[in-house]
Write a protein of this length. Structure first.
Length: 92
């Protein structure tokens, strides 16, 4: 799907992860992106983005409990897009 490729490209580019990974459909690949989010100290921003997708406030990493790889992947892509718009100097 073209939309999936779009989100996968955003995530792989900004988090410097393999372009062969499927961050929108594969749990293990989303987990890798989430680990990179944590390494970069973006947990709060990710949870805010994730909250906007699921329609409820998620305040703690362990409380996310969102199983859908698609929702989590798109929340990561949305977060990275917002960071890029906010800071043109964001390093990929």
């Amino acid at each position: 799907m073209e939309e999936d490729a779009y989100y996968n490209n955003i995530i792989s580019t900004f988090l410097n992860l393999s372009t062969d990974l499927d961050f929108v459909n594969e749990q293990k690949d989303v987990k890798e992106a989430e680990e990179e989010i944590k390494k970069r100290g973006l947990e709060k921003e990710y949870l805010e983005s994730l909250s906007s997708f699921v329609g409820r406030k998620i305040t703690k990493w362990g409380h996310a409990q969102v199983k859908s790889a698609q929702v989590r992947g798109r929340a990561i892509a949305k977060l990275l897009q917002s960071l890029d718009k906010r800071d043109e100097n964001l390093e990929p």
